[in-house]
Design a protein around this ligand. Structure first.
Ligand code: ADP
Length: 548
């Protein structure tokens, strides 16, 4: 039911162009309702007052008749006549030409006199007598004609008492006694017409006032309210399309003008900020160009540095190898009284030379990897054999430091097909760090397991000094060490982990670590078990050549 009514209401709104609700629609409805209310209130009072006036005129007419009736009676007395037909108790018409005036005296014949009256007049007289009201007016329809019935009570006054006293000729009255009533009937067709005309005029007045108000309100809403809003909306649309040069010219000297001024200020501000933004953007663009130029220069310088490093490392190796060779000859061929001394010195030269050679090799490898010149030697291998040989190569060192080494290789690891040498190099580096940073009687564990059916993890854990969380992120960067001070106790260049990371990337794998200070560290290598086309890392500038 409610839904049906709602639908009908919506249809009405659409027909009246009020839905969907616009400001104009709302204003129309609000003003329309206000006009209707004001007119209703304004016209109700004249409407009621005119009806009252019309009634009053009939009341006045009845009063005038009854007054003339009394005047007539007193004139008759003054004329000296004793028979006063006007106030005779007969209840008959008082005068032949005034048949609509009936006099009823409240005496013993009252009931019979009343019976002769029509029903409406009877009720009127009864109510007057009962309530002792001085006069009353009623309207009644008889034979399709409207009549007014006026009735008035007569009381005995001083003027009456002159004749109506016990010594007088007429019936004696007591002071203020209600003597009787006069019922006067007058045709009231004129009143119906007057009332009708009154209503018609009121209706026309309302219609004219409503039309005037509607026209006035329409003009007001269009010119004063809606026009500035439409102008502002057009302005906003223009701005939305990107035209920031446009400004509002509303000149209404009211809130709209102030709103338009605020709008204009906002547009000014917007334009200024946009200009600032454009300038900042341009500066940014210039900076980007400058930066990219610097970047290119840096890239070139880095390349030159890489090449220099590679060349230098390469060049270092020849004399170093020669020194090592001669030192070994010196060690073997030392003789004479200082034989032991010269053998010890030769030993020192060989150890220092080998360390230097290892560093130079690392540098050369790093430079080669960065330059994309590192070659891959893919071969089939076993993880178990690889780990066994790794542990064997550190056996002297671990034995010296009484470090326990544990190896766990999962059985489900298949033979791997990759560059075994590079994996060995990475694990060698992990292992040498583990041995270096693990105190005597510590533990090292090498653990190999499958990450999924294609990838493998080999992790080296130790119970060494561990690394502070703040130092951990930088360890795989070149030349970075957890302890960067010159007073550090362990030797090293900070190249091993950086090289491990580069090599792992070359093998389509990755490296990672986890460490807790004073508890130990774990470094791992994740690699695919088979390196082929799919698993190969994204091609560097100069892709590595595969020697299979
Ligand atoms: P190097 O060992 O030659 O200094 P690395 O790149 O191999 O260079 O290691 C970088 C640094 O990482 C080391 O200097 C050391 O501070 C820290 N580090 C590496 N492995 C361990 C480990 N197992 N325990 C504690 N610190 C380690």
């Amino acid at each position: 039911m409610f839904e049906k009514l709602n639908k009908i209401w919506q249809k009405i709104l659409v027909v009246l162009h009020l839905s969907p609700f616009s400001l104009a629609g709302k204003v129309r409805i609000a003003f329309g309702a206000a006009i209707a209310l004001v007119l209703l209130l304004a016209l109700t009072i004249p409407y009621i007052w005119m009806n009252q006036l019309t009634k009053q005129s009939y009341l006045d007419a009845g009063r005038a008749r009854s007054d003339s009736l009394l005047a007539n009676h007193f004139q008759t007395i003054q004329s000296g006549k004793t028979n006063l037909p006007v106030l005779s108790p007969a209840g008959t018409p008082l005068e032949p030409n005034e048949k609509d005036i009936v006099w009823i005296r409240f005496d013993k014949d009252y009931e019979s006199e009343l019976a002769a009256l029509p029903q409406e007049q009877k009720e009127l007289v009864e109510s007057l007598r009962r309530q002792q009201i001085d006069e009353a007016l009623n309207f009644t329809v008889q034979d399709n004609k409207l009549y007014s019935d006026y009735s008035r009570l007569f009381r005995a006054k001083d003027s009456c008492m002159r004749c109506h006293n016990p010594q007088g000729l007429a019936t004696p009255f007591s002071q203020n006694q209600i003597i009787g009533t006069a019922v006067i009937r007058l045709p009231a067709d004129q009143m119906a017409r007057t009332i009708f005309l009154n209503r018609l005029w009121i209706f026309f007045a309302g219609l004219i006032a409503a039309s005037g108000a509607i026209i006035a309100f329409y003009w007001i809403t269009q010119r004063v309210i809606l026009r500035p809003i439409r102008q502002l909306r057009a302005l906003a649309n223009n701005v939305a399309e990107g035209n920031l040069d446009i400004r509002s010219s509303i000149n209404t000297k009211d809130e709209y003008e102030r709103l338009a001024e605020s709008f204009n200020h906002m547009l000014d501000y917007l334009q200024t900020t946009q200009q600032k933004l454009r300038d900042a953007n341009k500066q940014l663009d210039d900076k980007i160009v400058e930066l990219s130029e610097r970047n290119i220069e840096l890239f070139k310088a880095n390349k030159v540095k890489g090449e220099f490093l590679a060349n230098m490392s390469h060049e270092f190796r020849t004399p170093l190898n020669a020194i090592l060779g001669f030192a070994e000859i010196l060690r073997e061929k030392s003789s004479g009284p200082n034989k032991d001394k010269s053998r010890r010195y030769s030993e020192n030269i060989i150890t220092a030379g080998k360390n230097l050679l290892a560093m130079v090799n690392d540098l050369l490898d790093l430079a080669k990897t960065e330059a994309g010149k590192m070659q891959l030697h893919i071969e089939r291998g076993s993880v178990l054999d690889l780990c066994d040989s790794l542990i064997a190569s550190f056996s002297v060192l671990t034995k010296n430091k009484k470090i326990k080494v544990k190896l766990t290789v999962d059985e489900n690891i298949p033979p791997i097909f990759t560059d075994i040498g590079k994996i060995r190099q990475i694990l060698f580096n992990y292992m040498s760090n583990a041995v270096k940073f693990t105190p005597e009687r510590g533990r090292i564990e090498i653990k190999a397991s499958m990450l999924d059916d294609k990838a493998l993890r080999i992790a080296v854990s130790d119970t060494g000094c561990g690394i502070e969380p703040a130092d951990q992120p930088k360890l795989f960067q070149k030349f970075r060490q957890a302890d960067g001070s010159i007073t550090r106790q362990t030797a090293g260049t900070g190249l091993g982990l950086a090289l491990s990371k580069e090599l792992a990337t070359l093998l389509a794998g990755s490296v990672g670590m986890q460490s807790e200070l004073n508890k130990g560290s774990t470094f791992w290598l994740d690699i695919p078990i088979t390196i082929g086309r799919e698993e190969a890392p994204p091609a560097p500038e100069n892709p590595p050549q595969m020697n299979q």
